[in-house]
Design a protein around this ligand. Sequence first.
Ligand code: AVJ
Ligand code: FE
Length: 385
Amino acid sequence: MAQLTPSEYGQQAHADFSPVGWHLGHIAFTESLWILEHLAGQNGSPSAYRRLFAADGLPKAERQNLPDLATVLDYLAQVRQRVWEYLETAPLQQERLWWWLLQHESQHAETISWVLAMHRRAQHPVPTSSGQSPVVAAVNGPDMVSIPRTTVQLGYGGVEALDNEGPAATVTVEPFWIDRYPVTCGAYRRFMEAGGYYCPDWWSTEGWAWLQAHPVQQPFYWSGQAAMEQHPVCGVSWYEADAYARWLGNRLPTEAEWEVAARGQHGCLYPWGEDGPDISRCNHHHQMGQTTPVGSYPQGCSAWGCEDMLGNVWEWTATCFAGYAGFMAYPYQGYSQAYFDGRHRVLRGGSWATRRWALRSSFRNWYHPHMRQVFAGFRCAHSAV
Ligand code: AVJ
Ligand code: FE
């Protein structure tokens, strides 16, 4: 935190994202609202902080006029202190709310990582890729895994599950093929070199219109370095992921396909079984501080042989975010339900910056298809016909 520059702390890196300082205040505000006010029945935050840091307070563009870092860190520390005191005698049947709050903070912490990455990218711009073609080992051909018709319970209703993960239900997925690994930078480079960004054939109508309005030629976090060739591509919009998949005659997996690929025929919560994540099985929890070459965690492989399903990069799916049958909002309507609008696409799997308690095969994230600042890549699929 000490290394935050004033602009990293208080300025927007991008119109779609609040400044780091706002996220810090919002983490404290949310903890005080749900634990101190709702659970403990105590006084919450000062009303000035409510206006500043509530999700429905100020529009994003007006969140740059913040109290200084020391003040916000003090606010965080005071809320946390009061929460520790309350925890001594807190009734334990409210466990679900504590799990929700922990994952709420973790998701904002991950967003802070993206915002810092955006600031650093603006400070150290990467030249566009044209003309620089590093000499690297040949990229292997597509390596896909065949998954038979599977009937299995998907979704999750455990106490730590977020509202949108449940209720769990038995689902049948028709046979399909899916990439063993997320698409690498080396593979994606071929798409770029084949003129992928200049050929409407590979793009959806909406994606091509987006590309014309926002001309880009490479992923947001593209470095162009040979050392990154085996890393998953990171920083693509859903439109770019979709175009790449079409270029190969493939498509993005549906979220049910993705989840079957991760959970196997018995529906384990993690690709490797029922034990929670640890650092030998996937790149997560900020332990590596960046992406790792795909296939670096063979111990994390799923029953079908898919690797890097959890951690490394989030993965776009074909599916629009919606509630499962019998969805029940928790802890408030706006948490998930407000985004069941047919405009958001589901991402799965978490990234290297996802905390371990927000990493499981049922976890669903969602963003607009134009968003490319998330630590997100993808893998391709096709139906087995
Ligand atoms: C699920 C990551 C899209 O950060 O906007 C945080 C999570 N909701 N505070 C977001 C969330 C309310 C949400 N995402
Ligand atoms: Fe929030």
